[in-house]
Write a protein that binds this ligand. Structure first.
Ligand code: ZN
Length: 315
C-alpha cells in the first residue's frame, strides 16, 4: 500500500515538497523573529492579494527580495515568518494592490500564483513557500476581527496566530479540506466540466469536506450530489496544498455502484463516463477532438493518470 501514499511526493506536484524548515518553536520568540527579519541573509516573498511580485531575471523570474527591496515596494500590511531555507530567513509580506501596481509600472512582474505554476515562471522550489505565503496572508486579511467578540485582532507568533486583546481568544490559520475524486466503474471513469474550465478541459469531481464528515463520506456525498450515483469503497491516493484560496486537496479513487447519471447543473456544465483509451489520449494531449485533462502539476491529473495506468491496484 505504501506506493499510494508516496503518490504525491514521487510526482513532484506543485506546492508540495518545500525545503523550508518551519522552525515553529521559534515563532513565539519575538526577539529572534525581529533579529531574523533584520538579518542580511533574510529574503522575503511579496504578495498583493492573489498576485505575487517578481523580479525579471533572465528566462525565470526571481520572487525573493531583501528587506530593503520589499519595503521599497510598499509598506507591509502584514509580515509573516515562513522559516529557514538552509539557515537563511524566509518571510512573506503583504502589500496593497495600489503599491503592487506601482511596482508593475516600474518593471516588476505581478502574476497570479496559478499562472506562475502553469508557466513555470519561477524555480519549482519556490512554489511551496509561495503557496503557504499566499494562503497565510489571505487568512490574515480575512480575519482582522475576532469571531468571538468582534474586536480587532493582532497578529502574533510570527504570523501563525491572531490574538484578541478584548476577550483573549486565539485564532489560528485555516486550511479547508477538499476531496477530489475519480469515480470508476468497469473500464470507465467519470469526468465533469465546470463552466469556468477552459474549452475541452475535463476533470475530477471535487467538493469541500463538511463538519462532521470523514473523507470517505465526503467523497460519496459529493459524487452523489453532483452525479446522482451511489458509491462504495474509497481509496486515498495523496494530497496537495491548493492555495486558491486556502485548501488542501485530498485525492481519492472511488468505486461507483451505479452508472446512470443525474447531473447537478448548478455545479457542472457537463458530466459523462469516459473509456480508458479515450482518457489516455486526453492525458497525452492527442485526443481527436482536443479534449484534455488538468496539467501534470495538479493532483487531478495524477488521480486520472493513476487509473489510466492501472497503478491504483484496480487496473
Ligand atoms: Zn474577542
Amino acid at each position: 500500500m505504501s506506493r499510494y501514499f508516496d503518490f504525491a511526493g514521487k510526482l513532484h506536484l506543485a506546492f508540495t515538497g518545500g525545503g523550508i524548515e518551519r522552525v515553529s518553536e521559534k515563532r513565539h520568540d519575538a526577539a529572534w523573529c525581529d533579529a531574523l527579519t533584520a538579518d542580511r541573509e533574510t529574503r522575503l516573498y511579496v504578495v498583493a492579494d492573489d498576485r505575487i511580485v517578481l523580479k525579471k531575471a533572465g528566462s525565470l523570474a526571481d520572487p525573493l527580495f531583501t528587506l530593503e527591496e520589499a519595503e521599497a515596494l510598499g509598506a507591509a500590511r502584514e509580515r509573516v515568518l515562513l522559516g529557514l531555507d538552509h539557515g537563511a530567513g524566509r518571510l512573506a509580506a503583504a502589500i496593497d494592490a495600489g503599491a503592487a501596481n506601482d511596482a508593475k509600472s516600474r518593471g516588476f512582474l505581478l502574476v497570479d500564483l496559478r499562472s506562475i505554476a502553469m508557466q513555470g515562471l519561477v524555480l519549482a522550489a519556490h512554489l511551496p513557500a509561495l503557496a503557504g505565503a499566499k494562503a497565510l496572508l489571505l487568512w490574515h486579511s480575512r480575519h482582522r476581527f475576532c469571531s468571538v467578540c468582534g474586536a480587532p485582532t493582532q497578529s502574533s507568533a510570527g504570523g501563525w496566530r491572531r490574538d484578541c486583546p478584548a476577550c483573549a481568544a486565539q485564532h489560528f490559520p485555516r486550511t479547508d479540506p477538499v476531496v477530489i475524486m475519480l469515480a470508476t466503474a468497469d473500464e470507465r471513469c467519470l469526468l465533469g466540466r465546470q463552466p469556468r474550465f477552459a474549452p475541452g478541459l475535463w476533470s475530477c469531481l471535487a467538493g469541500f469536506v463538511e463538519p462532521g464528515e470523514n473523507i470517505e463520506e465526503a467523497v460519496r456525498r459529493e459524487t452523489e450530489e453532483e452525479a446522482g450515483i451511489k458509491c462504495g469503497s474509497v481509496r486515498y491516493l495523496g494530497s496537495q496544498p491548493w492555495p486558491f484560496p486556502m485548501s488542501l486537496m485530498i485525492a481519492c479513487h472511488v468505486e461507483a455502484l451505479s452508472t446512470a447519471l443525474t447531473v447537478d447543473r448548478s455545479e457542472l456544465e457537463d458530466l459523462r463516463w469516459f473509456a480508458r483509451a479515450e482518457v489516455a489520449a486526453m492525458l497525452a494531449r492527442r485526443h481527436p477532438d482536443g479534449l484534455t485533462t488538468p496539467p501534470p502539476w495538479a493532483i487531478a491529473h495524477n488521480v486520472i493518470r493513476a487509473w489510466v495506468e492501472g497503478s491504483d491496484g484496480n487496473g
